[in-house]
Design a protein around this ligand. Structure first.
Ligand code: CTP
Ligand code: ZN
Length: 154
């Protein structure tokens, strides 16, 4: 085995979040609620070589993601792929995609927005632009950029 190439071991079962833009692996773990002891084995590689430049990779054993979690990853790391691993094989590869409607995933940064007034109104945004990432609140029309979105994931 080539020690120069082997960075992180393959996993038997779980998920591999691959092609994360460099520096964002910790943020991806945070939005998945992975902080402290979570009872699954997590391995991470930051700033590793990929086919196109550099990337971060996160592997979580014995854990699977729902669609909402995959949408959250898209908002933080739009280039990521989520690979589902069963018995060492990649059985599914999701190319994450920012949805046109973003419901209940991001908090509006406008403190006066109806969604921040203790009313039973779930935050909802429309996608304005993918690159650079911009979304607009359905209720107060406030626009949020990638950095603001990353800091306000629910
Ligand atoms: N992987 C893993 N454990 C496995 C199988 C795959 O950790 N049992 C990792 C690989 O190291 C890779 C990712 O999961 O980082 C996706 O695997 P694969 O689709 O085989 O790799 P590529 O073809 O290089 O994927 P892509 O085309 O998406 O870059
Ligand atoms: Zn708003």
């Amino acid at each position: 085995m080539d020690e120069q190439v082997l960075k992180v071991q393959k996993i038997k079962n779980g998920i591999v979040i691959d092609h994360i833009p460099c520096g964002l692996a910790l943020k991806v773990l945070k939005i998945l609620g992975i902080e402290g002891d979570i009872g699954s084995t997590v391995t991470m590689a930051m700033h590793v070589r990929s086919k196109m430049g550099w990337k971060d990779v996160v592997k979580i054993e014995d854990r699977y993601l729902d669609d909402r979690e995959i949408d959250k990853i898209a908002l933080i790391a739009p280039t990521a792929t989520v690979n589902v691993i069963r018995n060492y094989q990649v059985i599914k590869k999701h190319h994450v995609n920012v949805p046109e409607k973003i419901k209940g995933i991001v908090r509006c940064i406008n403190p006066k927005c109806i969604t921040n007034q203790n009313e039973p109104v779930e935050p909802e945004f429309y996608l304005v632009s993918k690159n650079p990432l911009v979304i607009r609140c359905k209720y107060c029309e406030r626009e949020m950029n990638a950095q603001e979105i990353a800091n306000n994931i629910i």
